[in-house]
Design a protein around this ligand. Structure first.
Ligand code: C2E
Ligand code: MG
Ligand code: MG
Length: 311
């Protein structure tokens, strides 16, 4: 199947010579291609700025690891019934001298397109496990460390072995590590997903489906995979108070997960009415600004220490 992408530049508004027109049409084509295959796009001056921004991100990202510009923040996940901390999700942060603090939504896609995500993702996994080990060594009540895994890492045939090696190296209990993968990653290659998830499960690692509900995959098919947890996407939680359909979807996901004995975490909980809805529907866990933002390691450690003291 051939899918053409077309970029269009107009004379004279987008250029008065052939070279400029072609350059701008080419840039427009690049945007059309990234939106979806088989699309067209008109040139627009904002594209130059966007392309420059992306180019700068890519150039800076290449040396970021060597310069030690990455760090992890940790967002606590709470048990809805008891109010206790049930785990932490490691979230990647990039602080660059030229660009400042770049949000993951901007640099993760670039890291994925360039393949840099493999090196970065491995570092994240190792660092999160090492941190979990340090907290456990200090006697802090950390039950679970959740780590986001990109589709590119997951499809690598060596991925399950890499996870095993990092668990061994850092000396954590495999059962305290939870890998977060999105639905589309599982559904893109179901045969491999089944094999990989089986290999990871055999080690005792926990598996969560991140941003659940956005990929329109069927719970029936997901049930065939050894999934331990669904994380209800933030978009459903955000509209719980004003959108009946989203409320029905969230309630449906919670009810189905419960009957399939899959844990369920609501993401992006920002208000008490949202929390009350989740409590009413017996959602096990919640994560969001209402409880805590993602915290630098020191602050996350203090939170765990307070949890220990109050317990
Ligand atoms: P995610 O895994 O779904 O992570 C949750 C995101 O929602 C985080 O944004 C978190 O800070 C944000 N969040 C949490 N609670 C709330 C809330 O109450 N309200 C709102 N508005 N937002 C909330 P962040 O840290 O910017 O990460 C964005 C995404 O980047 C993540 O989504 C994940 O897909 C990706 N990401 C982050 N770290 C990594 C990583 O180490 N590896 C990979 N592959 N992806 C990562
Ligand atoms: Mg996540
Ligand atoms: Mg999510």
């Amino acid at each position: 199947v051939v899918t053409p992408s077309v970029g269009i530049a107009l004379y004279p508004s987008d250029g008065i010579d052939a070279q400029t027109l072609l350059k701008n049409a080419d840039l427009a084509m690049y945007f059309a291609k990234r939106r979806s295959p088989g699309n067209f796009s008109y040139y627009d001056a904002a594209m130059n700025a966007a392309a420059l921004q992306r180019f700068t991100i890519e150039a800076q990202l290449r040396g970021a690891m060597a310069r030690g510009e990455f760090s992890l923040h940790y967002q606590p996940q709470f048990d809805v019934r008891h109010g206790s901390v049930s785990g932490m999700e490691a979230l990647l942060r990039w602080n660059n001298a030229e660009l400042g603090l770049v949000p993951p939504s901007q640099f993760i896609p670039v890291a994925e397109e360039t393949g840099l995500i493999l090196e970065i993702g491995e570092w994240v996994l190792r660092e999160a496990c090492a941190q979990a080990r340090r907290w456990r060594d200090q006697g802090l009540p950390l039950l679970r460390m959740a780590v986001n895994v990109s589709g590119q890492q997951f499809i690598l045939r060596e991925f399950p072995a890499l996870v095993a090696a990092i668990i061994r190296e850092t000396g954590i209990d495999a059962s305290m590590l939870e890998l977060e993968i999105t639905e589309s990653v599982v559904m893109n290659d179901e045969a491999w997903a089944e094999t990989a998830l089986g290999l990871l499960k055999a080690q005792g690692v926990q598996l969560a489906i991140d941003d659940f509900g956005t990929g329109y995959s069927s719970l029936g098919r997901l049930r065939n995979f050894a999934v331990d947890r669904l994380k209800i996407d933030r978009s459903f939680v955000a509209s719980l108070s004003d959108n009946d359909e989203d409320r029905a979807i969230a309630a449906g996901i919670i009810a189905m997960s419960r009957s399939l004995r899959i844990n369920v975490t609501a993401e992006g909980v920002e208000s008490f009415p949202q929390l009350m809805f989740l409590q009413e529907h017996d959602c096990n866990e919640a994560q969001g600004y209402l409880f805590s933002r993602a915290l630098p390691a020191d602050d996350a450690q203090q939170l765990l220490r307070r949890a220990l003291e109050s317990a």
